[in-house]
Design a protein around this ligand. Structure first.
Ligand code: GDP
Length: 196
């Protein structure tokens, strides 16, 4: 598949700086520490494709990874740092909303959430914006290895129930970068979005 072929293409300081609104793009978003970098590395079978910023609150870049000429993964900056100034949060929200609304090549949004702490404030906002923009969403419950299978299923059902309230195309799956649980599910959702 094309995931293992992922190559770093470019970084952008802001969604407005993204060029080439052609082909198919799938974006990954989540609170910082949700496991987004690990998930991107697991998906692409690369150890260091995506890296976390070790400095909370620092301006982070959007990283674009090219899978092939027509397909890209977009790694959006992690959110939810308490220390980030309000003005910066508002700027992030505006530009993200605009990206979800206007980006023609964007075919789906993966929202990564720690399975133990799903749907915090900004996660919900993000899903709402995506649904408003008519975009399908995959709510990926990360670090599933942290829960025993009974509790994991319970949490999945709870989030699936909560997802119905968004009245959009919201799929929920569990995932672990550690055990690779859910990797096949993640790939099959992405495969649908990446269909030419
Ligand atoms: P990001 O900030 O969203 O990019 O999160 P990272 O991928 O850097 O992961 C944040 C922390 O969670 C790191 O300490 C990872 O080792 C840990 N982590 C990520 N994925 C998993 C997982 O599937 N299982 C477990 N147990 N820990 C994970």
């Amino acid at each position: 598949t094309y995931y293992t072929k992922a190559k770093f293409l470019t970084s952008a300081p802001d969604i407005r700086h993204l060029k080439m609104d052609e082909g198919i793009e799938v974006a990954f978003a989540g609170r910082s520490n949700a496991g987004k970098s690990s998930a991107l590395n697991t998906l692409t079978r690369q150890k260091n494709l995506a890296r976390t910023s070790k400095t909370p609150g620092r301006t982070q870049l959007i990283n674009i990874f090219e899978l092939d000429e027509q397909r890209r993964l977009v790694d959006l900056p992690g959110y939810g740092y308490a220390q980030v100034p309000v003005a910066m949060k508002q700027k992030w929200q505006r530009s993200l909303g605009e990206y979800l609304q206007k980006r023609k090549s964007l075919k789906g949004l993966v929202v990564l959430m720690d399975i133990r702490h799903p749907f915090k404030d900004l996660d919900q906002d993000l899903v709402h914006w995506a649904v408003d923009a008519g975009l399908p969403v995959l709510a990926l419950l990360t670090k599933s290895d942290k829960l025993k299978s009974g509790k994991r299923k319970e949490q999945l059902m709870m989030v699936e129930e909560a997802a119905l309230a968004f009245c959009g195309d919201v799929t929920v799956k569990t995932f672990s970068s550690l055990s690779r649980q859910g990797l096949g599910d993640l790939e099959s959702v992405l495969n649908q979005w990446f269909k030419l």
